[in-house]
Each structure stands twice: as structure tokens, then as C-alpha cells.
Design a protein around this ligand. Structure first.
Ligand code: PRP
Length: 185
């Protein structure tokens, strides 16, 4: 029988919990059910995960979408290993097939300044999908510099540097099962 991940040694982690694994699981199931309802009459649905931060969210969300979907990934980078967005966005790896005529759902871990996803949505729209929607686990409105409509939002969060459930600190801790914020302790 499958078991839950072993708890990390919280006393040693330089993070405080912001959103528990349980709260994430509940919200992701709700988002999956909403997507299932909204797309139940659609064909050719493609869910595009934005590497690397979205992979954990995408893996869980996809299993709550009770419809045949294709999974694709796109590599896009704006931060590198820095903790502040440079505003410079690059596609580092493209999707494997054309999206023309398909119903696209872009999956992000976080909309922070909004630069990354604004660039990405504009780019994908030029490829003439039938529709395009955005799912993001997190939104940090205090930092938003670009107007972004998030169709499926997990949580609105305060202006803290967050980590876990796909989000990294210098490429580490993406596998933390909850969302924490860096305390520096
Ligand atoms: C992070 C995150 C979003 C973007 C959000 O990606 O996954 O794609 O930054 O920031 P923005 O709204 O200010 O543009 P990052 O470039 O850190 O790459 P990663 O997903 O590989 O961690």
C-alpha cells in the first residue's frame, strides 16, 4: 500500500510552512474538478507544464482532470538562480507538437511579476490554439508588474520568497511536499 512521504526534519529546515501538503492536495483536486467540468465537451486538450517549477503541481493536477488530455512541457526561464526576476524571458525548450486548433491549458507554479507568463501566453497565442487558459498554483499580487488573468488559481500569497512543491531555492528543495517561505534560520 502507498504511504505518505516521510516528514522532513522541520527543525533543520530554513523554512516556515505557508501552505500544508494537505491544503495543497484539497485545492488541486478542486481545480482539477473545475477543469474537468469546463472542458468536458472539448476535444484536443493540451496541458502544457512550464519547466521546471510546475512539474509537481502538474503531476497532481493532471490526475484530477478526468478527461483525455495531452501533456506537453515548455522550458522558459526568467530567474536563473537569482531570487529576483530579471524581466528577461527565454524559451529554453519548446513543446514537441504544434498546438494550432487545440485547447491549451498552461500550468505554472507561480505568477510573480507576471513577466514570464505574459511572454509565454503571447508567444503561444501566435500559434493559433482554439483556446488558451492559465492555471497557476500561486499568485503573488504585491509583485505583479504585468496584467495576467489566471483562470485556475490555487492560492494568493503574500510577498515572501516561497519554496517547495516544485519551487526552488537555487534549484534545491523542489521536492519539499509543502509550500514554505524562507526564514533564513
Ligand atoms: C519561476 C516560475 C515562473 C516564473 C514566475 O520560474 O516557475 O515561471 O519564475 O516569475 P514572474 O511572474 O516574475 O515572471 P524560474 O525562471 O525560476 O524557473 P523554474 O520554473 O525552472 O524554477
Amino acid at each position: 500500500m502507498a504511504s505518505s512521504p516521510k516528514p522532513w526534519n522541520r527543525e533543520k529546515e530554513p523554512f516556515a510552512e505557508l501552505i500544508s501538503a494537505e491544503a495543497i492536495a484539497t485545492r488541486v483536486a478542486e481545480l482539477g474538478a473545475k477543469i474537468t467540468e469546463d472542458y468536458k465537451d472539448k476535444e484536443d486538450v493540451v496541458v502544457i507544464g512550464v519547466l521546471k517549477g510546475s512539474v509537481i503541481f502538474l503531476a497532481d493536477l493532471a490526475r484530477h482532470i478526468a478527461l483525455p488530455i495531452e501533456l506537453e512541457f515548455i522550458g522558459i526561464s526568467s530567474y536563473g538562480d537569482a531570487t529576483v526576476s530579471s524581466g528577461i524571458v527565454q524559451i529554453t525548450q519548446d513543446v514537441s507538437k504544434p498546438i494550432e486548433g487545440k485547447h491549451v491549458i498552461v500550468v505554472e507554479d507561480i505568477v510573480d511579476t507576471g513577466h514570464t507568463v505574459s511572454y509565454l501566453l503571447e508567444n503561444l497565442k501566435t500559434r493559433r490554439p482554439a483556446s488558451i487558459a492559465l492555471a497557476s498554483l500561486l499568485h503573488k499580487p504585491d509583485r505583479q508588474a504585468r496584467d495576467v488573468k489566471i483562470d485556475y488559481l490555487g492560492f494568493t500569497i503574500p510577498n515572501k520568497f516561497v519554496v517547495g512543491y516544485g519551487l526552488d531555492v537555487a534549484q534545491q528543495y523542489r521536492n519539499l511536499p509543502y509550500i514554505g517561505y524562507v526564514t533564513g534560520a
